[in-house]
Design a protein around this ligand. Structure first.
Ligand code: SAM
Ligand code: 2KA
Ligand code: SF4
Ligand code: MG
Length: 244
């Protein structure tokens, strides 16, 4: 029997709005469940119970059929996010199927958990959480994930680190992460403090001013001499709308 995967949303084609593959046309598969509870999580419905009736247990085949029904032949890239997809061993079957279908596969995770299928991902984004999230980083877990990914040369993959920054303490944390893993492409992302705001114009203005602040901070920093600084492009375009 094929194993099932708890899925909360499948959407696209859209663009990857964040990080290393920003702008890439992609489909999204969002899994349910997270081992973290970030204060400012923009996808809290994946773990806070508010969308529990929308969770579907789907096999890899089911998910592929949904992706095809929505995206036809108009996509070549699939992003798996959550929640934390790394809680779900059965995603290995989906990743194998997506590769068989000629897709490239990306994953978004906070870097707290390992699954062997992580070695099969083409675009790996690890997003450890800064102090403003209220979460503590398990550095030994993150070290091990980074070592295992970097030791495996069996495929070409892109790895990046992405830290969301709201304040000075987050910025200090971002520097710590970047210094700990030198040579790994490093992204600073503006934090969205208003995840329930439905006024898109007001939100855009706030996010752009946060981006300006973040650029200024990085400009003045020697430790952040070689970083990328980005907003969440999808939030600038569509605000806090789900499924985009
Ligand atoms: C919803 S998370 C799901 C994947 C995984 N749990 C993680 O956190 O990396 C996807 C991305 O959104 C970012 N994110 C979540 N809430 C945010 C917010 N309020 N502002 C900016 N980025 C946010 C996370 O840091 C992560 O990089
Ligand atoms: N367009 C778009 N880009 C994204 N990049 C990361 C997302 C996520 O929620 O993981 C996300 C999302 O929800 N939408
Ligand atoms: S780790 Fe990701 S999904 Fe989990 S609570 Fe934090 S931002 Fe949300
Ligand atoms: Mg999101």
């Amino acid at each position: 029997m094929a194993r099932t995967i708890p899925v909360l949303e499948i959407f696209g084609p859209t663009i990857q709005g964040e990080g290393m593959v920003i702008g890439q046309k992609t489909m999204f598969v969002r899994t349910a469940g997270c081992d973290y509870r970030c204060r400012w999580c923009d996808s809290a419905f994946t773990w806070d119970g508010s969308a529990k009736d929308e969770i579907e247990q789907l096999t890899a085949d089911d998910i592929w059929r949904r992706l095809e029904a929505m995206g036809g032949r108009r996509f070549r890239h699939v992003t798996i996010s959550g929640g934390n997809p790394l809680l779900i061993a059965a995603l290995g079957e989906l990743i194998a199927l997506l590769h068989e279908k000629g897709m490239r596969v990306a994953v978004e995770t906070q870097g707290s958990r390992w699954q062997d299928w992580l070695l099969d991902i083409d675009d790996v984004t690890l997003s450890p959480k800064p102090p403003s999230s209220g979460m503590d980083t398990d550095w030994s877990a993150l070290d091990q994930i980074m070592e295992r990914l970097q030791a495996d040369q069996s495929r070409v993959r892109r790895i990046s680190l992405k830290v969301v920054v709201f304040d000075d303490a987050d910025l200090a944390y971002a520097k710590e992460v970047h210094c700990r893993y030198p040579g790994v492409p490093f992204y600073l992302q503006t934090g969205n403090a208003d995840v329930a705001d439905s006024d898109v114009d007001a939100l855009r203005a706030k996010l752009l001013s946060r981006l300006e602040w973040l650029v200024e901070q990085a400009a003045d920093s020697e430790e952040l001499a070689d970083v990328h600084i980005l907003p969440q492009l999808h939030t600038l375009l569509w605000g806090n709308k789900r499924g985009v």
